[in-house]
Ligand binder design. Structure first.
Ligand SMILES: [Zn+2]
Ligand SMILES: [Zn+2]
Length: 268
């Protein structure tokens, strides 16, 4: 159907050309793709600079060209994945308001300036402590920030945690994940189902299906599906599995966005 989380060469960690991503989406029979490159303001590693105003202008120009080029066979959405940190929320809001985005993913990639991708995040912490610290940060950030449509990869920490994985890991901080979900619903925000877990050890969607189900039980309606692709072969990876699972759980719609307005699209 739609892939709502795709990185291209505008992200420091991808070399995929936008056009390659779109062609691959057409090949796979997708109807729609949201390009969602990274903006991570004040990223600690200067080798990975964030998109800035100059590159964002170019980003929008390129996306407009692709929208024209693929008209009739693929709808291309102008998205972004914005990395939240407590001291940059004002700047994040300013950027999102200054550009005509279709879709905004808010993600938490850093806690106290450290990416849970790196081993140092876990130094002197138990599994519980490292999970708790991450979820607390997510909760606090989404309470203080409004310029987004969905929360990206809620259990990002699970993707990189060096502790042995357990299929009950999503229960470690269930009160905090409930609080995150309830906050999203109160604010009218959505939850992303990120399928990059299928490329990693867990082989499950992020967040865990139980968390996605809790979101629905509490009244959440806005879910998007994204592969977090950084290469053509990642696009729409795991979607068949996830669509089957979420249909079983009672979801009959996915959400697409145009100009930040959600539209509910039946799952075939
Ligand atoms: Zn991310
Ligand atoms: Zn991403």
């Amino acid at each position: 159907m739609f892939d709502y989380h795709v990185h291209t060469s505008y992200s420091p960690d991808s070399q995929m050309l936008m056009e390659t991503a779109c062609s691959r989406a057409v090949e796979l029979g997708l109807k729609e793709i949201a390009i969602t490159d990274h903006i991570d303001i004040d990223w600690p590693d200067s080798a990975f600079p964030a998109l800035d105003a100059r590159t964002l202008d170019q980003y929008f120009e390129d996306l407009t060209i692709l929208q024209e080029k693929f008209k009739g066979c693929l709808s291309v959405k102008k998205g972004i994945e914005i990395g939240l940190q407590p001291h940059v929320l004002g700047e994040c809001s300013d950027i999102i308001q200054a550009y005509p985005f279709d879709f905004v993913i808010a993600s938490v990639h850093l806690v106290n300036g450290v990416d849970p991708y790196l081993g140092e995040y876990y130094a002197d912490k138990t599994k519980e402590e490292s999970y708790q610290l991450y979820y607390r940060e997510v909760l606090s950030l989404i309470k203080s920030y409004d310029e987004f449509d969905v929360l990206g990869h809620l259990d990002y920490i699970k993707r990189y945690s060096p502790f042995p994985a357990d299929d009950k890991d999503h229960l470690i901080c269930s009160q905090l994940t409930d609080d995150i979900i309830i906050t999203l619903i109160k604010k009218g925000k959505g939850l992303e189902i990120n399928t990059s877990g299928y490329r990693h050890e867990s082989k499950t969607p992020m967040p865990h299906l139980d968390i996605i189900n809790r979101y629905r039980q509490f009244g959440g309606k806005i879910i998007t599906l994204g592969s977090d692709a950084h290469r053509p072969e990642h696009i729409a990876l795991g979607f068949d599995n996830v669509l089957k699972e979420i249909k079983k759980s009672g979801f009959s719609y996915l959400t697409s966005f145009t100009g930040r307005i959600p539209e509910y699209v039946p799952i075939p």
